[in-house]
Design a protein around this ligand. Sequence first.
Ligand code: BES
Ligand code: ZN
Ligand code: ZN
Length: 497
Amino acid sequence: MNITAVSTAINAIAADLLVTFVFQDDPLYKKKTTDIVNRFGASVDTALSMKDFSGKEGETLLLYTGNKKAPRLLMIGTGESKKFSLEKLRRAVATGAKKGKSLKVSSLAITVPDVDVILPESIEEIAAAMAEAFLLSLYQYDKYLTKEKIGKPISKITFCTASSFIREIKTGLATGKAIAEATMHARDLTNAPGSDLYPATLAHDAQQTGRRHGFSVRVFEKKKIQQLGMGGVIGVSKGSEKEPRFVIMEYGKQFRKNGTLVLVGKGVTFDTGGISIKPSAGMAEMKMDMGGAAAVVGTMQATAQLKIKRHVVGLIPSVENMPSGSAVKPGDIIRHYNGKTSEVDNTDAEGRLILADALSYAETFKPKLVIDLATLTGACVVALGHYATGMMGNDQESMDALKTAGERSYDRVWQLPMFDEYEKLIKSDIADVKNVGGRWAGAITAGWFLKKFIGNYQWIHLDIAGTAMQEENQDYIPRGGSGAGVRLLIEFLRNWN
Ligand code: BES
Ligand code: ZN
Ligand code: ZN
């Protein structure tokens, strides 16, 4: 898709569909300066006087102009200007993009709202959010759809501004495009079936991404993982014919003096539950159990593409959790990378077993902060549903910063308590820790398990079990893999200090 910006009011643009925004407290007919009125005056006035459209949030009005160069004008209501926000802008843009798609237009032009209506956002942020929402809302996992079913894509989009901020807008659009592409990459990985995406192919994807976007990638195979003593990764992978992988991605080593961020992503490419097998209903969804890994690959991609001045390391322990004669069994004891042991009470609590190795391995990078992302517990989905990622950790300041990044990106997180009382629920009589904590507070006992394996660094655990996969179509997030975590982490990283 060709994305351009022009410093021309939308009235002078030729495109199959023009999209513009109208606030309910600033209806078009009152805005004498708006050129659109001159071009489309009659039909706009009629529609407004008939009260078919008043600019309320979510309202749309499609006008046919009779002008071949710009045959359609879509006005999107954006509500009260005082209550406008980046998120409302994203949703409005998504409405425009989807309308363009359903009308099968090939070119579309859209107005960039004036900076003064979304104070205190910069025009760059506004443009970035627009590009992001536009691209994300048109996402479709179409790899396995035969050609006829795929709609004709919009090939050209022009962002129009009457302001003099064209340079800032162009920068913002490039930022938004990079973030959207990284998010869509994470969506593709999450949506990929287990038959195609297994540890070796996930590692291969990371390698290709590194080559394409400029970060280094090392992949440990089974033998090396064994030699390193990563008993969790080896143990969980034992039941599968697919060998495990441990992926290390690294970007921006030269910025190490500013502090290293290590990202760890759960990469269970399919989770049957193992010997503690899951019920068959809904099991297909467990192809998404590498959503954490997908978010880490996506974040590495965007970090490199945006040339963020930070040392960022991405770690992915990857396995397929299968039941078989060689699988890990309830009652088995595993020794992890840092020497600690865990009793496997339930083979379906496998994510924490592989993360334990990765979190203790993270220490070798002497990180300032480690953030892990994992589709870790059904309990987190019960607690928060699909609209917030569960957050736990040992450093309140970092968690507060992440929460702010979540609100800005709308890739939101919600903190759960890590009170000491929860710790005893995962006590084992025969090993250092047990991998399940009983019926209650499953998301928190999982967090506590991970905490046993962290090193001397600030740490945040993100349980994305509910957010990595969406059940319903939303404005710019379609049903299926969402890419949750990518936009959150990039927003966080751009402001990290
Ligand atoms: N991958 C699942 C968690 C999950 C559930 C992710 C639903 C996305 C949607 C995880 O490995 C798991 O099975 N966890 C168990 C833990 C239990 C055995 C303590 C769970 O949540 O039931
Ligand atoms: Zn599981
Ligand atoms: Zn799992």
